[in-house]
Design a protein around this ligand. Structure first.
Ligand SMILES: *[C@@H]1O[C@H](CO)[C@@H](O)[C@H](O)[C@H]1NC(C)=O
Ligand SMILES: *[C@@H]1O[C@H](CO)[C@@H](O)[C@H](O)[C@H]1NC(C)=O
Ligand SMILES: *[C@@H]1O[C@H](CO)[C@@H](O)[C@H](O)[C@H]1NC(C)=O
Ligand SMILES: *[C@@H]1O[C@H](CO)[C@@H](O)[C@H](O)[C@H]1NC(C)=O
Ligand SMILES: *[C@@H]1O[C@H](CO)[C@@H](O)[C@H](O)[C@H]1NC(C)=O
Length: 528
């Protein structure tokens, strides 16, 4: 199989050079852009019903694109969701559970996983990534994006809350986060200042968050210009650090929204989307680029007014109620795909097969894939092969499996547990104090008539007994088909793998400083 792939790649490399990047079907390979927003809820964008936020460039995408109302993130938290999106497989198969990957984690995304970037590179794409990676740094940066198929990388390789706060935020305003949880900012003794890494070099440490998104966006538009000039098709994975707490926004966006700091953050995201589209116009790649915009999980209710909104759905990030999983998604490819709105079922792990088929890449056949090509939705608003959505909690456990399962428009909760909302949250089911509860029989909901999951079906519903049996059967089949990879956590932690611009310096971690963005002459051994 490997040999076949190599041969196929060699053939494609030759034929793409000859035919000026054509896929196997003889069509021109489209450029592909994936925008992934962190912790943005279903109810945060104006096009998804938010009455206050303002995101005109995203709105333009919606007007010319296809808006999904039944898109699911693979997980209610960041790392597993990213692993599943990039591999087209449940995070369980790559071991990205039961917690988030730390800057000092030795493990991360296993190297034998095939990422979207690797698959597209094989068929002639140049691949770039911006922003939040969060799938490991590893010894000498061995787990960074450039070792998982990305030719180019620019950003903080994890979340910007894994840095000492004091140097990161508006000096005059402080940390934009829930004042009830200031201690959740990681203290400086634990982690080095967040680095901006380009490929494998540290450009700035600690990061200046006020200019981070600006620099990252420029790195992205430069990548588009370089790629367009080279004539190679490109894949750009733009993983915003926004809207994870603490909120930040560049000068241009401070107080730019009446929706407060969270609204400012959304406006900064929107600006970046606008800049990327501008670069597409400028380089003449506008007509041949497929763009998908989505989020990694629901809103962070712990942050209260500094976090997002799940709109009509219950709970948010960390939770297996709909608010944790249902995310906005907009596909854009004018003249090529359907426009308007689709209610068809889709999930983050469907992205890989969709991109591979657009590009003419081969979907790996030596392993179980969990995603389905979204083409039937994109072209005809028809169902894909997807029939179920499993809801794994953050701390997935083989003896329990997914807490819930959706089949058609029905959902069964076999287990429920509180989310990360404060103990004062109005909805007891979302509070972080609400314990794990098994439900036998499971709680059943009709998501069409009851999207907020308020009113469980009863024995008096004609579907009740049928659904109990069906859901149980689907869950058993699903569990039997799941292979649990050992958790990345088994590889342990080592502070020395944290990116430091001056390896071996002291006192660690404060001495890890560099600022090539403002002082280009500064010298250091900043390469990982
Ligand atoms: C990391 O890089 C350093 C310096 O180049 C080298 O001495 C060390 O052996 C490397 N460690 C690993 C695990 O490759
Ligand atoms: C990063 O990698 C890309 C692609 O290999 C290369 O063009 C670029 O010069 C590199 N940049 C740095 C700062 O290493
Ligand atoms: C934002 O606006 C508020 C209210 O008008 C004002 O008090 C605050 O100083 C402004 N903040 C910044 C960073 O400009
Ligand atoms: C729940 O959140 C509150 C702050 O909102 C925090 O003080 C508390 O430790 C959390 N409890 C649990 C069990 O996580
Ligand atoms: C089912 O309907 C019967 C008859 O109306 C009623 O007595 C019973 O309480 C209902 N059961 C539930 C669980 O609502």
């Amino acid at each position: 199989m490997k040999l076949l792939l190599v041969l196929l790649c060699a053939f494609l490399a030759v034929s793409s050079a000859a035919k000026k990047s054509s896929n196997v079907k003889g069509n021109r390979q489209p450029n592909i852009i994936l925008f992934l927003v962190d912790d943005m809820g279903y109810g945060d964008l104006q096009d998804y019903g938010n009455p206050t936020t303002y995101t005109p460039y995203i709105h333009r995408m919606v007007k010319n694109g296809l808006m999904f109302t039944n898109m699911y993130s693979p997980s209610p938290v960041c790392c597993p969701s990213r692993a599943a999106i990039l591999t087209g497989r449940h995070q369980i198969r790559s071991g990205i559970y039961p917690h988030g990957v730390d800057p000092s984690s030795l493990g991360g995304l296993p190297h034998d996983e095939i990422t979207i970037a690797e698959g597209l590179k094989d068929v002639g794409y140049t691949t770039g990534m911006l922003g939040k990676w969060h799938l490991g740094v590893g010894k000498n940066g061995s787990n960074l994006p450039v070792h998982h198929g990305f030719d180019y990388y620019y950003g903080i390789p994890y979340t910007h809350d894994a840095c000492p706060c004091s140097v990161c935020f508006y000096p005059d305003v402080g940390c934009y986060q829930n004042p009830a949880t200031p201690s959740t900012c990681h203290p400086a003794e634990e982690f080095v200042g967040c680095p901006i890494i380009e490929n494998k070099s540290i450009l700035q440490q600690p990061v200046d968050l006020l200019t981070l998104n600006y620099h990252m966006t420029n790195a992205g538009t430069n990548f588009i210009r370089r790629s367009a000039a080279s004539g190679q098709p490109f894949f750009l994975y733009f993983a915003f650090h926004h809207t994870h707490w603490p909120q930040f926004a560049g000068k241009m966006f401070r107080n730019s929204s009446i929706a407060g700091p969270f609204g400012d953050t959304l406006r900064e995201i929107d600006w970046s989307v606008g800049q990327v589209f501008e670069a597409l116009y400028e380089t003449g790649t506008y007509g041949n680029t497929f763009v998908l915009f989505t989020a990694d999980n629901g809103p962070d209710l712990e942050q209260q007014e500094y976090g997002g909104s799940a709109g009509p759905f219950r709970c948010g990030k960390v939770s297996t109620w709909e608010g944790g999983f249902r995310v906005p998604a907009i596909a854009w490819y004018p003249g090529k795909i359907a426009t308007g709105r689709t209610t068809k079922l889709a999930a983050g792990y469907d992205i890989l097969p969709t991109f591979f088929n657009l590009a003419g890449a081969t979907i790996p056949s030596d392993r179980k894939m969990d995603g389905f090509d979204l083409a039937p939705i994109l072209y005809n608003k028809q169902d894909t092969e997807r029939t179920i959505i499993p809801y794994f909690p953050e701390n997935a456990d083989p003896s329990i499996g997914p807490y819930a399962l959706r089949w058609k428009h029905y959902k069964a909760h076999f287990y429920t547990k509180g989310g990360n909302a404060p103990p004062t949250h109005y909805d007891v089911l979302c509070r972080n104090t609400t314990e794990l509860t098994a439900h036998d029989p499971p709680l059943l909901f009709n998501l069409w008539t009851d999207p907020g999951e308020r009113d469980p079906l009863t024995e008096n519903d004609s579907m009740y007994y049928y659904l109990l049996e069906k859901m149980d059967e689907l869950r058993t089949d699903f569990m039997n088909d799941m292979e649990w990879h050992t958790s990345f956590e088994e590889d342990g932690e080592d502070d020395s793998v944290q990116p430091c611009a001056k390896p071996g310096c002291s006192p660690w971690p404060y001495c890890c400083t560099i600022d090539l963005l403002n002082n280009p002459e500064e010298h250091s051994s900043n390469r990982l």
